[in-house]
Design a protein around this ligand. Structure first.
Ligand code: PLP
Length: 376
């Protein structure tokens, strides 16, 4: 599909779209021809190996999606009823939902303006004797400041799970996200940095956790005795067909990441002098990746974020608002306030970020933003 679609003679630039122009079709055809379409097969094994190696982790366990990867990670670490898990309030809802699925309670932490991630300085005050883990989220491709978080985790004996669903390949002080904490979780949903349609993976260096998560993922069936299940397990497996797509995507991940970096740099260059537009911060210790290119629409832009979204939409430019903080959603409502996350959520806007974007399309998007501003 061509990215500028002549829909009713109008331009349409989508926020994201998968690009499947490598060996995807070839590998899927191989699954069909050989009959290996379910969750056993060479692509599953190969994809887990290549992806975990890319992250710098010893083991990879693929899952049916990123939410299940988070759930599996929490179950593997023994988190359950009455436990508490610290999570940022500004994230995609699945981060908190996975905690609730285990019977534990997510405890929210506000964001920091310098990375848009969970503020490490506000974690300690949320720790109780029920706290078992911290889930960090590398939001919009920018890694969290991991050192202070790892330090807190060590002092209070907490596990650290990295929800890296938006940051495949990002580095914190040289180390790939996902491999820094105890377990890293990834999503391969259609709009993520690489996709398998639906899919996910956990990565870890711990061989016990690796074995335990494989066991839980496959109905908790005993290795010694078929159909003997010593506990309640799950079916969270990825199929060989999905892994075939993932493996083909992995072959191009490095070039896709550099294309994303170019997109990010061109946007930054074209928008850095627009009054009222703030760019995503770049910490000096971070090698971030551009998942969805993100800006803040400040007061002095002249239009509110939602007004700008509407006007861009009329020009055929697809955008997304930032996530709504968890504490503002009905299942998670609390009386605490989280001013930084609320401010980011109100002003944040994601612009089209597909690797199929042409430079002229990025220029068109930025020119349109500038034109809208001038109308004010
Ligand atoms: C996409 C995403 C998930 C969930 O992944 P799915 O594959 O859609 O289940 C979890 N956490 C974050 C931060 C995400 O962006």
């Amino acid at each position: 599909m061509d990215k500028i679609e002549k829909k009713n003679k109008k331009i349409f630039i989508p926020i994201a779209e998968p690009v499947l122009k490598g060996n995807e079709l070839k590998y899927i055809s191989n699954c069909i021809k050989t009959g290996w379409i379910s969750s056993q097969g060479k692509y599953v094994i190969e994809f887990e190996k290549i992806f975990s190696r890319f992250c710098g982790s010893s083991y990879g366990v693929s899952t049916s999606n990123g939410t299940m990867a988070l759930h599996l990670a929490l179950k593997t670490l023994g988190i359950g009823l009455d436990d508490e898990v610290i999570v940022p309030t500004l994230t995609f809802v699945a981060t908190a939902n996975a905690v609730v699925y285990t019977g534990a309670k997510p405890i929210f932490v506000d964001s920091e303006t310098s990375t848009w991630n969970m503020d490490p300085k506000k974690i300690e005050e949320k720790i109780t004797n029920k706290t078992k883990a911290i889930i960090v989220v590398h939001l919009y491709g920018h890694p969290c400041d991991m050192d202070p978080i790892l330090d807190i985790a060590k002092r209070y004996k907490l596990y650290v799970i990295e929800d890296s669903a938006q940051a495949h390949g990002a580095r914190y002080k040289g180390r790939r996200v996902g491999s820094i904490g105890d377990i890293g979780c990834f999503s391969f949903y259609g709009n993520k940095i690489i996709t398998t349609g639906e899919g996910g993976m956990i990565v870890t260096d711990n061989s016990e956790w690796y074995k335990r998560s494989c066991f839980l993922r496959d109905h908790s069936m005993s290795k010694e005795r078929r159909y003997y299940h010593p506990e309640i397990g799950y079916n969270y497996r990825l199929t060989n067909v999905q892994a075939a797509i993932g493996l083909a995507q992995m072959e191009r991940l490095n070039s896709m990441l550099s294309k994303r970096e170019k997109i990010n740099n061109l946007y930054d260059h074209l928008l850095c002098n627009v009054k009222g537009i703030s760019l995503q911060p770049h910490a000096e210790w971070a090698d971030q990746v551009c998942w969805l290119y993100s800006i803040l629409v400040e007061k002095d832009f002249g239009f509110l974020r939602d007004e700008l979204m509407m006007r861009l939409n009329k020009k055929g430019i697809d955008t997304r608002p930032f996530f709504i903080p968890m504490h503002m959603l009905p299942p998670y409502k609390t009386s605490h306030d989280f001013p930084v996350a609320e401010g980011l959520s109100e002003k944040g806007l994601n612009l089209p970020s597909s690797i199929a974007l042409k430079d002229r399309e990025i220029k068109f998007i930025c020119d349109t933003i500038k034109k809208i501003k001038r109308k004010n």
